[in-house]
Design a protein around this ligand. Structure first.
Ligand code: NAD
Length: 500
């Protein structure tokens, strides 16, 4: 095979690629082959501050651009993204590793947020109350914040940025986004589509980087809000530092999602769902099912069905006909393998061991196959920690109540699912479970764009969930106006609050 010459990947400052020379760079890999395909410029604090200042210089004009014109840009962007979705999906597969059909699915989910944001004139309608007092009217208006920052994780290089950017832009803000340094190219390709869609120069900017760039965004007083998605420790850090700097922050963190299977569930469908939700995207989804909670009368039968299906999964290069791609980096692969070793040492039963392959990709690709543990207990590290890989743990319980108590005792609360044919049990579960997103016979209950995405507890720091109406509120400030057009009847002195 001919060796790949790595591409330089740089920042996109408004409409133009950055022309400077970076003091620090990092490598971007194709995880299916292990080759370095890109060398990424990492932004310094000074560069981030410069980009923020430039964005601030155009933010007011964009905020004052009529809603009809802003929504035209959104419609044009939506068309361009739709026309380019296969190209973006291929970019995702090349840097993240997920299979192309899954990458296409993530672009489509991002596209849905752009479609939602096309309706921004409707979403920004405030309220109006006539005659709140004699000849006095009250109304509210929603105004953009100015410059906002978005910091995104590696696992959805297109969809997560798209949860925020279309809404922030539609609301009239200027955006500085810092994508994951592991797979930055999808965000850059999407930013180029904003330019083609007619977004004014400087409203959308991509700075690449690591902690230095993140800290610069958090500390810069011109940045009014931060939308962050990543692991729980970094989400907590970003939230605390951003809030201390006086910003509005929504920081979405990690997860440990449980799927509770009751004895009356259709076990064939439950087994399909567990495999799809456990091993899709190699388990590198914040909504992946990583714990299967089986009521013990059906546990043996369910595990046998899951193991049968796992034997058919082809792990390999996501750009070829495989079901599951590689892990994003060699370090992440080694970390996952470390957890499998810990699971064995701690006494869980390793039903399917994915460490040995076969793998249908490059010899140096970062692969781990689907792995299944039974008889996992809540004390084991494979249960307590977010592994973020294709490792499914089965915890056996005696009853619905025991399963519910287990789920509610988790420090995370991102997603969960119940599989049952009992409507009453499902209804109890949706009411009693302490998790932000709940699936009833749906293993990965990612809300559609016009609802909002977000977990509870350590899966979200801050008050606002992503996209939907909560997204519009996050990216705007509300002003309440009280107005009176003076006429002679308003004369006279009255030092109290008006009564009517
Ligand atoms: P990560 O926390 O390592 O990185 C996220 C972002 O933070 C990246 O842009 C990265 O450059 C930056 N970052 C990393 N270390 C930093 C530091 N020390 N200081 C400041 N910034 C830093 O997460 P990841 O590995 O890219 O993504 C996977 C994680 O994201 C998982 O925990 C997953 O559950 C979570 N996630 C959560 C959601 C959600 O909606 N709750 C969605 C997707 C991913």
């Amino acid at each position: 095979m001919t060796p790949v010459t790595p591409n330089r990947i740089t920042h996109l400052i408004g409409h133009a690629p950055w022309e400077g020379t970076a003091e620090r760079t990092s490598e971007v890999f194709n995880p299916a082959t292990g080759e370095v395909t890109g060398v990424l410029d990492l932004a310094s604090k000074e560069l981030v501050d410069e980009v923020v200042a430039r964005a601030a210089g155009v933010a007011k004009a964009w905020a004052d651009t009529p809603l009809s014109r802003r929504s035209q840009v959104l419609f044009a962007f939506r068309q361009l993204l739709d026309a380019n979705k296969q190209r973006i999906a291929d970019i995702i597969t090349a840097e993240h590793g997920k299979v192309t059909s899954d990458a296409l699915g993530e672009v489509t989910r991002g596209l849905e947020v752009a479609e939602f944001a096309c309706g921004i004139p409707h979403l920004l309608k405030g309220g109006f109350s006539e005659n709140v007092s004699t000849k006095v009217d009250a109304y509210s208006i929603m105004q953009p914040l100015g410059v906002v920052g978005v910091i995104s994780p590696f696992n959805f290089p297109a969809m997560v940025p798209m949860w925020f950017v279309p809404i922030a832009v539609a609301c009239g803000n200027a955006v500085v986004i810092k994508p994951s340094e592991k797979d930055p190219s999808a965000v850059i390709a999407i930013a180029e589509l904003w330019r083609e869609a007619g977004l004014p120069d400087g409203v959308m900017n991509v700075v690449n980087g690591d902690k230095e760039a993140v800290d610069a965004l958090l500390d810069n007083p011109t940045v009014k809000a931060i939308s962050f998605v990543g692991s729980t420790p970094i989400a907590r850090y970003v939230y605390e530092r951003g809030v201390a700097a006086g910003k509005r922050v929504q920081a979405l963190g990690g997860a440990k999602n449980h799927m509770l299977v009751l004895p009356d569930a259709d076990l064939e469908l439950a087994a399909d769902a567990a495999v799809n939700a456990g091993f899709g995207s190699a388990g590198e989804r914040c909504m992946a099912i990583s714990v299967l909670v089986a009521v013990d009368t059906i546990a043996d039968a369910l595990i046998a069905k899951i193991a049968e299906r796992m034997a058919t999964i082809k792990t390999g290069d996501g750009s070829t006909a495989c079901d599951m791609g590689p892990i994003v980096t060699a370090q992440s692969r080694d970390r996952i393998v470390g957890y499998v070793e810990a699971g064995v040492t701690e006494g869980a039963e390793l039903v399917v061991d994915g460490r040995g392959g076969p793998f249908h990709g490059g010899e140096n690709g970062f692969f781990v196959g689907p792995t299944l543990f039974d008889k996992v207990t809540p004390q084991m590290s494979i249960y307590t920690d977010e592994i973020f890989g294709p490792v499914l743990s089965v915890v056996r319980v005696h009853s619905y109540d025991e399963g519910l108590a287990l789920i509610n005792s988790s420090p995370y609360g991102n997603g969960t699912a119940i599989f049952t044919n009992d409507g009453g049990a499902a209804r109890r579960f949706q009411h009693e479970v302490e998790v932000g997103m709940v699936g009833i016979n749906v293993p990965i209950p990612v809300p559609v764009a016009y609802y909002s995405f977000g977990g509870w507890k350590h899966s979200l720091f801050g008050d606002s969930h992503a996209h939907g109406v909560e997204g519009v509120h996050f990216f705007t400030r509300t002003k309440a106006v009280t107005q009176r057009w003076l006429d002679p009847s308003h004369g006279g002195l009255n030092l109290g609050f008006p009564q009517n």
